[in-house]
Design a protein around this ligand. Structure first.
Ligand SMILES: Cc1cc2nc3c(=O)[nH]c(=O)nc-3n(C[C@H](O)[C@H](O)[C@H](O)COP(=O)(O)OP(=O)(O)OC[C@H]3O[C@@H](n4cnc5c(N)ncnc54)[C@H](O)[C@@H]3O)c2cc1C
Length: 289
């Protein structure tokens, strides 16, 4: 299928993209890697008159270390994250997680910002964003969007539901910043993938800092299990301040879907997904040994 005819605009900077968004308003959509938006347009699940291509804006393509944070431009591809030495060294969970996304073509076109803005419940980045306590950096024209030209939103507040985030139509996600985890921290991302697309049926991101054998800063987050990514706070609280051992991990994984409305679809029933959440939480936590 091909999308209905539309006008293509290539933005050279964030300011230019914001000008175009203001000019075309509700008739425009941002295009990053196109690996979620183009299929949606081809299937006519959405329609737009103007595509504003932000895929080649240099300022959205940077990965850098700044004031104790890793800052990743929204336009960085999943593949560039896999290849980044800085990420491999300081945030291995992102190297591992990005490498599990789709296939080579998807990783070379799809962007971290596009994935986060799209907020597909089966996408991988949202669980990782919650686990590493990421902050989203958002920009709009003065007086537009939330009323601020630049604002920051914690991952915890950013993901609001099925394909729904805190982003307004006239805002651009420009970057994601992640505090560099303290010494003694281990983190990982594992998933049970849909065999054809490799989207997560259930994905689990885990992070623990070990201090004198005790677990600190425990974060356990899920994609795919529910309409909205979430942290399993009941499970986290069992491990927080406790010894890292099989008994405590077994008690924690019993809580991973507590209070959560687990999804059910033709890939996996609610019961099976809840089971997968336990299995993958156990694998993630054990990998932090
Ligand atoms: C075959 C296939 C397999 C896939 N497998 C996986 C997988 O295993 N795991 C996974 O997580 N994902 C998977 N994906 C999705 C892929 O990662 C997409 O690239 C990603 O979800 C969207 O990123 P994009 O850059 O392509 O965004 P686009 O498709 O260009 O845009 C998506 C949406 O986000 C908006 N947007 C884009 N950038 C911004 C921004 N900076 N600010 C505000 N809004 C913005 C667009 O307007 C659009 O509404 C797969 C996709 C395909 C086609």
């Amino acid at each position: 299928m091909i999308p209905s005819s539309l006008n293509y605009h290539k933005a050279g900077s964030v300011e230019e993209a914001l000008d175009l968004l203001e000019k075309y308003g509700d008739d425009a959509k941002l295009l990053a890697g196109g690996h979620s938006l183009i299929p949606v347009l081809k299937l006519r699940l959405n329609d737009t008159e103007h595509l504003i291509d932000i895929g080649k804006i240099p300022e959205l393509k940077e990965i850098k270390e700044e004031s104790g944070n890793i800052v990743i431009g929204a336009g960085v591809t999943h593949g560039a994250i896999v290849e980044s030495d800085l990420i491999k060294e300081k945030l291995p969970i992102f190297s591992e997680g990005a490498d599990l996304i789709g296939d080579v073509q998807v990783r070379n076109f799809g962007t971290i910002g596009g994935s986060i803005a799209h907020a597909d419940p089966a996408s991988d980045w949202p669980a990782m964003m919650l686990a590493v306590d990421a902050t989203m950096h958002i920009q709009s024209k003065p007086g537009k969007g939330s009323g601020n030209e630049k604002r920051e939103v914690k991952a915890e507040d950013f993901f609001m539901g099925l394909f729904t985030t805190d982003l307004a139509e006239d805002e651009i996600l420009t970057a994601i910043s992640i505090p560099i985890p303290p010494a003694g921290t281990k983190n990982t991302y594992v998933k049970f993938m849909q065999p054809a697309s490799r989207f997560s049926v259930v994905g689990c991101a885990a992070m623990i800092t070990r201090n004198n054998g005790k677990c600190e800063n425990v974060r356990l987050a899920f994609s795919g299990a529910s309409a909205k990514p979430y942290r399993a706070k009941g499970a986290e609280s069992i491990l927080e301040g406790a010894d890292y051992n099989d008994e405590n991990i077994a008690a924690a994984i019993e809580k991973v879907t507590e209070g959560v409305s687990v999804l059910s679809d033709h890939f996996a029933t609610e019961e099976y997904r809840a089971h997968l959440a336990k299995v993958y939480a156990k694998r993630a936590l054990k990998a932090l040994n």
